[in-house]
Design a protein. Structure first.
Length: 78
């Protein structure tokens, strides 16, 4: 399962990532292990139907900044 994870603190958006894991706890642990968790609060959701292949343009296991998200067209809410 692929999880979308978004991180924020009192100053705002800290980054987002896509992580493949069995459940939320495993995704959170993996984000720490991969050093792509910038800290702060996290919101996460499984992406129904997502596979490593169909999210390939966005890439798994990397932290996206606000400017990265804007370039990908996914930062309208920030």
């Amino acid at each position: 399962m692929i999880f979308w994870m978004s991180f924020a603190d009192e100053k705002g958006f800290r980054g987002a990532c896509l992580v493949e894991a069995d459940d939320f706890d495993a995704a959170l642990s993996k984000s720490w292990e991969l050093r792509i968790n910038p800290g702060g609060e996290v919101q996460a959701a499984p992406l129904e139907g997502a596979t490593a292949e169909n999210v390939a343009p966005y890439g798994l296991n990397r932290l996206y900044s606000k400017s990265d998200m804007e370039a990908l067209g996914g930062a309208e809410r920030f």
